[in-house]
Design a protein around this ligand. Sequence first.
Ligand SMILES: *[C@@H]1O[C@H](CO)[C@@H](O)[C@H](O)[C@H]1NC(C)=O
Length: 321
Amino acid sequence: MKTFANVFLGLFILRTVTAPPPSDPVNYDTDTYEVDLEELSSFYDYDGNQGEIDQGEVEIGTVLPVVNRPIISPEQIPEEAEEEEESTPKLIDGSSPQEPLSPGVLIPETSGGVSTCILCTCMGTTVYCDDHNLDTVPPLPKTTTHVYLRFNRITKINKNDFSHLIKLQKIDLTSNIIAEIDEDAFRSLPLLNELILRDNRLRQLPELPNTMSVIDLSHNRLGRKGLKQEAFKDMNDLHLLYLTDNNLDHIPIPLPDSLQALHLQDNNIQEMHEDTFCNMKDYTYARRALEDIRLDGNPINLSKTPQAFICLPRIPVGRLV
Ligand SMILES: *[C@@H]1O[C@H](CO)[C@@H](O)[C@H](O)[C@H]1NC(C)=O
């Protein structure tokens, strides 16, 4: 059984690797599905947990996930999210010799999240739990490094949902209905660097660790008080900050020099200052990394602050007349 599974997975990985690169402009996902072969060999060895779970059942559950159904009707997802979904591995493609397990076959929760790998799909230390009608975050194996919970119905993130997952690097909660996140839900995750919360109902961003590199909060309800003062200041590795389509009325300064892209289109930003990006006291200062600033769709006239862009490699996109 294990050999079959490995061969099958090998084929799947090969297919994923040889597939053409996704044309998705939101490309922070491209390295997500590279599964290290070494990781694969330890595919079934979650904590050596044998307990009450029959190893055979775990393997079947892992290899035959419950994803053999239509993804989501197109009108439910915005265009970009739909494109991104295409890069999600299609795991079985109808080649399965058996019926997929139904959620009713679930083994009782006895093993710290390993049983989630029967309902969802675990590959190496990545857990895929997209489109499973979940309304809360399921228990996750404590070795989890990447978790995908897209296209579910999660309403709230509680402080204990992720807090014990000290290896966690990426959380993707795209397209849920999250309106609230406990203040300490993410703050003490020592390795977290990507947090994707696009397409939710979030009004307030909780504190994040300074290890963040990618933050996507596009299409939410963040308003004047949605971001803390100086929320991003000490994130010295922050590269992408996407805040498209919220209700923000200011640019969340100060921004770290590492930042490469700042998307603020479709907000309510009316003004900026000459020091927002540059330093009026030091004309030699250059913010070389920040090549991509989007301010279109805001009631702001960029021509009013011509000095505000002198340290940037490119002028922001927005109204210039
Ligand atoms: C934008 O600002 C410039 C410079 O102050 C001004 O000449 C122009 O009329 C403004 N445009 C609008 C639409 O307010």
